[in-house]
Ligand binder design. Structure first.
Ligand code: FPP
Length: 233
């Protein structure tokens, strides 16, 4: 999910941008319920990009504080609902406090099957650069040969290598951009863009996205089969 439009939502109401992010965090809570009800196994949220650090300092610190409050508030809930939390991104950019809180929940929830993946200080290009560097180090150390570097090897060095590529990427607020989100993993993802701003994203919108995905999947079933993935439906 590319959660976009918090700032515009706040501006429309004459409120500070942080009020939009606050409302956006409520949407996150609701979306977790929609995913549970729809049987979605993996949900990745683009919460903060590496580019977002260039926003005004009060917005950045406000967003970080909001994330800290969110994790504190929903830690028990995630465990109770058996949702595994994972963070992808440059976690060394985060404060020691936020990092510790996230890592504690990651550890507590590590055994659960359903996953909430939060992209924090994330960029798809950085993720690929990091993978290239890890591979280069292995080649240098002699534990990997250049000819072993194939698609599977790159995929194995991403932040969360065991998470399947997203089948559907939803973006709110109408922008037709990928914005550095999951660049490697989005190769075959379906896109769904809605003009609705993230704080207003609701169950009806979520179901509309799933229905659009299901319709496209049926239409392009043969193509899906050619890619060597699951059976054509
Ligand atoms: C994009 O809207 C939104 C963000 C950069 C932040 C998203 C973060 C949250 C919803 C906070 C809670 C997240 C979690 C995982 C608990 P924008 O500010 O770019 O909006 P604009 O394009 O209208 O200015």
């Amino acid at each position: 999910m590319i959660m976009d439009g918090n700032g515009r939502w706040a501006r429309q109401r004459g409120q500070p941008r942080l009020a939009g992010h606050e409302a956006g965090s409520e949407t996150v809570r609701r979306v977790l319920n929609y995913c549970r009800d729809a049987g979605v196994r993996y949900l990745t949220l683009y919460a903060f990009s590496t580019e977002n650090w260039t926003r005004p300092e009060d917005e950045v610190s406000g967003l970080m504080a909001l994330l800290g409050r969110f994790i504190k508030r929903y830690e028990r809930d995630l465990i109770k609902r058996q949702v595994r939390l994972r963070v992808i991104g440059r976690r060394s950019d985060l404060s020691a406090q936020l990092r510790a809180a996230l890592e504690r929940v990651e550890q507590e929830s590590a055994g659960f099957e359903r996953q909430l993946i939060v992209a924090l200080s994330y960029s798809g290009r950085s993720e690929l650069v990091r993978a290239a560097r890890l591979i280069a180090e292995k080649v240098k150390a002699g534990t990997m040969r250049p000819e072993d570097v194939d698609e599977a090897a790159v995929a194995a060095h991403l932040y969360a290598p065991d998470v399947p590529d997203p089948e559907l990427i939803i973006r709110t607020s109408g922008e037709m951009r990928i914005s550095n989100f999951l660049l490697w993993q989005c190769a075959y993802s379906e896109f769904y863009v809605t003009p609705v701003l993230w704080p207003d994203f609701n169950e009806q919108e979520f179901n509309a996205a799933l229905a659009a995905y299901a319709a496209r999947d049926r239409r392009f079933g043969g193509v899906r089969d050619k890619r060597g993935r699951e059976d054509a439906s």
